[in-house]
Each structure stands twice: as C-alpha cells, then as structure tokens.
Write a protein that binds this ligand. Structure first.
Ligand code: GLN
Length: 205
C-alpha cells in the first residue's frame, strides 16, 4: 500500500532519545529517504526534516533538556524545518498540553491543545480505520495511550478525525498524528510527510 514518492533532497532525522524511533527509521528507509538518528545538536545540524516519535513525552522532554536539543530544535522549527510528530511527538509539538507534567515544555509548533492520555485508561490502546484527506482508502490507525486533541486553531488543517476528534492535522510543514503510523505496514502517511519535506526543500533550494 505504498505510493511512489520522490526521494527528498537531504536527510530526514528521527529523534532517537527514547520511544518508537527505530520503526520510523525503517519506514522512511523503505520509502527511499536518507535518514539519520538525532541525539545531539550535531546530528540535528545534518538533517533537513525531523520525525518526533511516540514514547513518553515527559521523559523525552527531560532527555531533550539533557541532550541540549531543545533550543536548537526550536530554532529549526521557527525557521520552517518540516516535522512529523506522532503520539508523544504530537504532544511535544502542540501549543498547549493539558494534563502534562508541571513545567513540561513544548515547541508550540502547531496550534492545537492536546490532553495527555486523553482517551483514558479503559482504552489505553485501540485501533480504528480512519478516513484521511488525500488518501483513497481508509487508513488503519493504532492508538497507544494517545493524546486527545481538544481544540485546533484556525491555521490548522484537520486531515482525519475519529469519532469527531481530530487525529491527524497539519499546519504548514508541521504534521502531527495522535496514533502510531510507524507500527503498521501502510506507509502512506510517511509518504505524505516526505512530500511535505520535498516541497519545503525544493522551495528552499
Ligand atoms: N502517553 C504518552 C505521553 O504522554 C504518549 C504515548 C505514546 O506516544 N504512545 O507521552
């Protein structure tokens, strides 16, 4: 179920401090992208785009601090680096986090309010077929202790909803999903991100 995607110019980084980063690297590689695991500011300097994986946003936030990656990533986001945040990655990119840890810092890269673990304990994990704008067939989405989007700003395009709740959204070069697109063999959302990277890179060149 893959679509042919032009290989983007440059390298797609995957934040590799914690969480489900390995699967993202595999998917991007299968789609023909050059990838690099990002653990240091030097790694970040060598990439043109970044994936922020699922995992635990509070732990990732802590590790971003110790790795001294917060400010460099913020600067890159402020200057238009394309980014794809999934689950915990979406939390890190949101402008507002509800039920976050006290002092939990985020990048404010997309104008959404998300509630950590917002689907509650009784549905820690669930799977749904969702309709995605721009895809012909439904997409099978795997949610794991997912953040729940509670509001989106006017500049945000909602690309998919589940039960009336946005689960995939985009603002400029920022793409976020509250589920785990790296855990199935349907790579269409990574392909969508690579098209965003390709467009951004072509524009910047
Ligand atoms: N509940 C996690 C958090 O708050 C996110 C879960 C996930 O990434 N699968 O960061």
């Amino acid at each position: 179920m893959n679509v042919v995607t032009p290989a983007p110019q440059g390298t797609v980084g995957v934040l590799a401090l914690q969480g489900a980063f390995h699967a993202h690297v595999s998917v991007l590689s299968e789609l023909g992208a050059r990838t690099r695991e990002v653990r240091t500011p030097d790694d970040l300097a060598g990439v043109n785009a970044l994936v922020m994986p699922g995992g635990e946003s509070t732990t990732m936030g802590y590790l971003l601090g110790t790795a001294e990656l917060y400010d460099p990533i913020q600067r890159r986001l402020d200057t238009g680096m394309p980014v794809f945040g999934t689950c915990a990655g979406m939390i890190l990119l949101a402008s507002k986090v509800l039920d976050g840890r006290v002092g939990q810092r985020g990048f404010g890269a997309i104008d959404i309010a998300v509630r950590r673990n917002g689907y509650g304990r009784q549905v820690d994990s669930f799977e749904r077929d969702i309709e995605v704008v721009g895809l012909d067939d439904p997409y099978h989405a795997v949610f794991i202790r997912a953040p729940k989007v509670e509001s989106v700003g006017a500049d945000v395009t909602v690309l998919a909803m589940d039960d009336g709740v946005p689960v995939l959204a985009r603002q400029g070069s920022v793409l976020v999903a509250s589920f785990h697109p790296e855990l199935t063999d349907d790579h269409r959302l990574h392909a969508m991100f690579l098209r965003i990277v390709h467009t951004a890179t072509a524009t910047a060149a």
